[in-house]
Design a protein around this ligand. Structure first.
Ligand SMILES: CO[C@H]1[C@H](O)[C@@H](O)[C@H](O)O[C@@H]1C(=O)O
Length: 708
């Protein structure tokens, strides 16, 4: 059983058909693993029954059958060469384990261990822990080359709540979605159930994702109407045995827009009663409903500030309403209201004064960077700064600023860079991961969110390799210590091939891909040079396109005749002051600031000398050119692996890489020609010179016209 086969096979499940593009490859997998059939158990014993155990049984039977081409027998006791799955309440099984080792597993953890007489036991404290253990076992069989049959694995997840955020609208569109329409068939629900919902649940459960926010944070109040809640209930019922809790994004004005009240003031009694009644209705339909995500007072959306109240007033009112049901409030710290000040400082300025003012069941959901999901940003200074408030990271899986689903960009490296960032807020090793997983502060809730890249496209995510980002998010949410390379290889093995050369080459491409994108889009700490509104191609000249007033002049790069970069040092916007020492001093000094963030924090002259001796202008030229060369290398690598990939996927990826190369050149030429109008310097002669004219490139500003 190859869980990620369901990604690669391209299930057109809106229409209920299966399109098995990758089936040949899948059979190749079976042959490979069959050669190690000694690892296959001869018997399965599942002593307990529940909807989740039914899934466990089904997954094991079909998985082992597909991997080893064997029908594994069901038995009703521990048999030599058998596999047994159960919970610690099952005395026959728990007697093989120490009490203490079982108690640390919590709700979702598990142990997979082979005991004396060659019996392998998967044990957990809950049915769901047993399900996660089962998926781990199957993944291990697929991806571990040693095929050893002796297990001793103990796993406890890094975060309690591992949640996908869908920015899906009720009309079927997806904000920043690049894989077709929403997978939620709102019109058909609750009567008609798409078979894809189960595949979605399996894929998520297989990597430990245990929550899904079904709708866009720019929330339509109608999602809380009884009509929609019945649809949501149907999805929650489907997802429950897979351990996936359902959450909703809410609109803060719901009491007035939906409930007809004259206000949505969080301190108003009628408003509170409206929310209490709503919560009662929700929980009567969905007893294990997870809670709400709230985007308030950001980008024009309503919020407590409209009534002179604070974010804490708004969040706490909702938290009190959900508390008795065990629900949580994920209050977003992404507050963007153009006001002419440095946007990177806004979230910290609004939330830091509220530290310690939030209820225990409120968690602040903070984007990884202080601006907005750029190809590279420093971590948001809120991490670590809010010592009395629980925080959760929000990562973006969908590639809003990274070439949509047209560019091969593996985000495992971006996610890791962020999680490993040391905030120094509680001494050394106060990494973002330790700040948010409860290691540094005693958080009662821990969580991580990823903005989903899933749609109705036949390959789920628009680009075959974009699936790896969904996968990497889930794997890191489960264990943030995994390496990005290990995750890439694991995914490649399950999705494409076990061929060593293929794995080495393509994991190499994946590992380099994000840096390549940074190079051809926004090297050295540049950011937000993307087209206004759609965020796709280059538009560093945004002043001609009617952008927001705070973007002027010259956007976030601030290029002028002297130099380029955003001065956020103490002589500029002083955003550096939001970081703890020693980072503050490091970021504040161009000589100490890591070069990859140089122009994020500093405006430097075109002739500023970098560590390698090049001046800033030449280094920009080299980096942009290097990004293009890297994509050429990705193309060559992919082409050389043609014989190792099925035809359909080979062609699809080949076509996408051709687009990516064209666009990397577009980015390089547009940015260099534009910056050249300030630097007045030549592009070093040993580099490819742009073939287009800046004026012509400016004409390409509309989304994807260049594809024609
Ligand atoms: C859902 O809205 C998004 C918006 O499309 C996006 O461009 C920006 O990144 O952030 C917003 C947010 O995260 O709220």
């Amino acid at each position: 059983m190859i869980i990620f086969l369901y990604f690669i096979t391209g299930t057109q499940w809106a229409s209920g058909q299966n399109k098995l593009d990758g089936s040949e490859l899948w059979f190749t997998h079976m042959e490979t693993i069959e050669s190690a059939s000694f690892a296959c158990p001869s018997f399965i014993w599942i002593p307990q029954s529940s909807p989740t155990f039914t899934i466990i049984h089904k997954e094991l039977k079909s998985g082992l059958n597909k991997l080893y081409n064997r029908e594994v027998k069901d038995v009703s006791r521990l048999n030599s060469n058998g596999l047994c799955v159960g919970t610690s309440s099952q005395k026959d099984l728990s007697s093989y384990f120490k009490k203490e080792e079982l108690s640390v597993l919590g709700n979702d953890g598990y142990i997979i261990r082979t005991t004396g007489n060659n019996v392998t036991i998967i044990i957990a404290n809950t049915d769901l822990g047993a399900l996660y253990g089962t998926y781990h076992y199957l993944r291990y069989l697929q991806t571990d080359n040693t095929h050893k049959a002796n297990f001793d694995i103990v796993e406890v997840p890094s975060y309690q709540r591992r949640i996908l955020n869908h920015w899906d609208n009720l009309d079927g569109t997806v904000e920043r979605g690049y894989a077709g329409h929403s997978i939620w068939q709102w019109k058909d629900l609750p009567q008609k159930i798409s078979p894809g919902y189960i595949e979605y649940a399996r894929a998520n459960a297989s990597i430990g994702i245990n929550g899904t926010v079904l709708n866009n944070v720019n929330a339509n109040p109608a999602v809380l109407s009884i009509e929609y809640l019945k649809k949501v209930k149907t999805l929650a019922d489907i997802f429950r045995p897979y351990g996936i809790k359902v959450y909703l994004s809410i609109n803060f004005s719901s009491p007035s827009v939906l409930g007809g009240l004259t206000t949505a003031d969080p301190l108003n009694k009628d408003v509170r009663i409206w929310w209490q009644d709503k919560a009662k209705q929700i929980y009567s339909l969905i007893p294990d409903f997870g809670g709400f995500v709230v985007k308030a007072n950001s980008e024009g959306l309503p919020g407590p500030q409209d009534f002179g109240r604070t974010h804490a007033d708004g969040a706490n009112m909702l938290a009190d309403v959900l508390e008795s049901y065990g629900g949580i409030i994920m209050w977003r710290a992404f507050v963007y209201n153009p006001n002419g000040n440095d946007r990177a400082k806004q979230a910290y300025n609004e939330f830091k004064p509220l530290d310690g003012k939030f209820r225990k069941n409120v968690i602040l959901q903070v984007k990884n960077g202080p601006v907005d999901f750029q190809p590279r940003e420093p971590f948001s200074p809120l991490f670590g700064a809010m010592q009395h408030t629980t925080l959760m990271p929000e990562l973006q899986i969908t590639q809003e600023y990274l070439g949509f689903s047209d560019h091969l960009v593996y985000l495992g490296t971006l996610f890791k860079e962020f999680l490993n960032s040391d905030t120094y807020t509680n001494g050394r090793n106060s990494t973002v991961s330790r700040i948010t997983d409860g290691s540094v502060y005693d958080d009662s809730i821990t969580a991580v969110a990823g903005v989903a890249n899933i749609g109705l496209d036949s390959n789920w995510c628009g680009h075959h390799f974009a699936q790896a980002n969904w996968y990497a998010f889930g794997r890191l949410a489960w264990n943030h210590q995994l390496s990005a390379r290990k995750i890439a290889k694991e995914w490649l093995m399950q999705t494409f091939s076990h061929d060593q050369d293929f794995l080495n080459q393509m994991s190499g491409v994946m590992m380099e891909s994000r840096e390549a994108t940074v190079n051809y889009m926004t090297p050295l700490g540049l950011h937000h040079l993307m087209g206004w509104g759609h965020h796709y191609g280059p538009e560093p000249w945004c002043e001609i396109s009617g952008a927001r007033p705070d973007w002027l002049p010259t956007y976030y790069h601030k290029a002028d005749s002297i130099g380029v970069g955003f001065n956020r040092s103490s002589s500029g916007s002083n955003a550096v002051s939001q970081y703890a020492e020693p980072l503050l001093s490091v970021y504040n000094d161009p000589a100490l600031c890591p070069e990859e963030l140089l122009l994020w924090f500093h405006h430097l002259p075109w002739n500023y000398e970098l560590i390698n001796g090049r001046d800033l202008w030449s280094e920009l030229c080299y980096r942009y050119s290097m990004g293009v060369e890297q994509v050429k290398y990705f193309q060559c690598t992919w082409n050389s692996l043609q014989s190792k990939v099925d035809k359909n996927r080979f062609n699809d990826v080949q076509n996408k890489l051709a687009i990516q190369l064209k666009e990397a050149i577009w980015w390089r030429d547009a940015c260099l020609l534009y910056f050249q109008t300030f630097s007045h310097r030549p592009i070093p002669s040993q580099l490819d010179q742009p073939k287009s004219k800046l004026e012509d490139l400016k004409e390409l500003k509309f989304l994807k016209t260049h594809h024609n």
